[in-house]
Design a protein around this ligand. Structure first.
Ligand SMILES: [Mn+2]
Length: 290
């Protein structure tokens, strides 16, 4: 049995119905956010192997818990698992590392695979598509429920065979392109010369799927410009701010002025900005970057 969800859905352990004597494997969710549920499972007699690269908090010391944690910036969960499995499913680990945008680490891991440049490019594409399918507010926003995607890939030892045999890759690739094209048709809601621009996406599933990917694409396209991408959700906006790539600072400071704002210097966000605070947001953003 597999329990998973959209990318933002990380408190998964509290949904695990394991009993004494069961063995569970946890992948790619922060131990800090799941600490209580983990402790409960361990106390109940469940054994756990925990693989992750996010914030850990305190790591419980328990005879039934084995941890495989590595927070270094060029690591992701698939590469931690790959190390543990000694390369048994390395091509899939490479797909996942590409999907996490760890291109250098993916290429390095792929060195033992003896693949052509074209084959590696296909793994890269597949990783991007699978990553794209994780973004949305709920499973209903996605093209494939993550559990279905997991079951679809399970029979395949080789991702290149999966690409040929199953429709999933082609479906996700064209859906990704369509979502991006919709976003690219939009004009900024507000902009100041070539220094700063704010885009507002409508309250639709494609907006919720593409906003993060699109904000990164905008940053790449106009490296001198700061970007804010807002997704309308009823009476609020979900906000993503990207500082200019050539001077990646200030995003956190803009978002932290609003309730529910946070993130990093280069990329930050606000969970639910009331629509009534639109002009305060424009002012803060323009003061920082205009
Ligand atoms: Mn991860």
């Amino acid at each position: 049995m597999a329990i998973t969800g959209v990318k933002r859905d990380i408190e998964l352990l509290e949904r695990v119905p394991a009993e004494a004597g069961d063995q569970i494997t946890v992948l790619d969710i922060s131990l800090k956010s799941n600490a209580k549920a983990l402790q409960r499972l361990l106390n109940r007699g469940v054994a756990c192997d925990y693989f992750d690269h996010h914030q850990t908090g305190d790591i419980p010391n328990h005879p039934r818990l084995r941890t495989f944690l590595d927070m270094s910036s060029q690591m992701c969960t698939s590469l931690i698992v790959d190390r543990h499995l000694q390369g048994r499913y390395r091509a899939w680990a490479v797909v996942a590392a590409f999907g996490d945008n760890l291109v250098a680490a993916a290429l390095q891991a792929a060195q033992t695979l003896d693949m052509s440049r074209l084959e590696l490019a296909q793994l890269h594409d597949l990783g991007n598509c699978m990553n794209y399918n994780a973004y949305g507010d709920s499973v209903e926003d996605l093209h494939y429920a993550p559990t279905d995607l997991y079951e679809a890939i399970c029979p395949y030892e080789n991702p290149l065979e999966f690409i040929i045999e199953e429709p999933v890759f082609a479906v996700l690739k064209s859906a990704h392109r369509e979502d991006l094209e919709r976003a690219q048709d939009l004009q900024p809601q507000w902009s100041q010369e070539d220094k700063a621009a704010i885009f507002v996406l409508p309250d639709e599933a494609w907006s919720r799927r593409i906003n993060g990917v699109w904000a990164n694409a905008l940053a790449q396209q106009s490296a001198h410009r700061a970007h804010a991408v807002l997704v309308t959700t009823g009476q609020t906006f979900r906000v993503s701010v990207r500082a200019p790539l050539i001077n990646p600072h200030g995003a956190y400071a803009v978002c932290a002025q609003f309730a529910g704002g946070g993130g990093r210097e280069s990329a930050a966000g606000i969970n639910a900005l009331p629509v009534s605070e639109w002009s305060s947001f424009v002012k803060a953003f323009s003061k920082a970057y205009g």
